[in-house]
Design a protein around this ligand. Structure first.
Ligand code: ATP
Ligand code: NCN
Length: 194
């Protein structure tokens, strides 16, 4: 039997992708727990309402710009053609069927473990996929025991969010050190979030 390719899936709105995401992604790749990491751009997060949500194709372009020199990282638009809001269990099932040669692991922040029991079909996710968990500050103890399902990785904790970046642009503040250079260039040239 051939060895499956290990693919870590990092789901998010990426509105826009920022260095907080990139540092986590690089730490996951460096941990050796995955052969590839895919950023899955979610058109609509089931828990979020956001008036300044950029079109999904623009957010995908920003992710592609961020990873252009990273052969182990890819951007996925799989959720663009799936029912909305995007439920991770549905996407994982579609991906597993489409790529039987891959073993998909779910990359999530420690804070997301606290609310994981509210995710749609979370038992199904845990049955079929391992979680790669990165540290987040001020985390509440989760209701579920994840011991047999999760691998914790070490990564720096950075207090930066897409909300902060969108606000910075609106306030005419620089985002130079908050997003990769190529992302900053695209945001400026296409006049996003103004
Ligand atoms: N600085 C960060 N460090 C670690 N994880 C992060 C960081 N920022 C976001 N994440 C996580 O990455 C995933 C995707 O992030 P998302 O696209 O929602 O970005 P966000 O910065 O949290 O966005 P927003 O500010 O618009 O809510 C989420 O699980 C989120 O918790
Ligand atoms: O499937 C669910 O029920 C579900 C509930 C909340 C979040 N998610 C996924 O988790 C990703 C990160 O969520 P968040 O809220 O931390 O930005 C988001 O892009 C969704 O794909 C999924």
């Amino acid at each position: 039997m051939s060895v499956k390719k290990k693919v870590g899936l990092f789901f998010g709105s990426f509105n826009p992708i920022h260095i907080g995401h990139m540092i986590i992604a690089q730490a996951v790749v460096d941990s050796g727990r995955v052969d590839e990491l895919w950023f899955v751009v979610s058109p609509q997060n089931p828990f979020k309402k956001n008036n300044s949500l950029l079109h999904e194709f623009d957010r995908l372009d920003l992710v592609n710009a961020a990873i252009q020199d990273q052969p182990q990282m890819k951007a996925s638009d799989i959720e663009f053609n799936l029912p909305k809001p995007s439920y991770t269990a549905t996407t994982l099932a579609v991906l597993a069927e489409k790529h039987p040669q891959n073993e998909f692991k779910l990359i999530i922040g420690e804070d997301n473990l606290t609310h994981f029991h509210k995710w749609k079909n979370y038992e199904e996710i845990l049955e079929h996929h391992r979680l790669i968990v990165y540290p987040r500050p001020n985390v509440q103890k989760p209701k579920i025991n994840f011991e047999d399902h999760a691998e914790m990785i070490e990564a720096p904790m950075l207090h930066i969010s897409a909300t902060f970046i969108r606000d910075s642009i609106k306030n005419d503040n620089s985002i130079k050190y908050l997003v990769p250079t190529e992302v900053e260039f695209l945001i400026k040239s296409r006049k996003f979030y103004q």
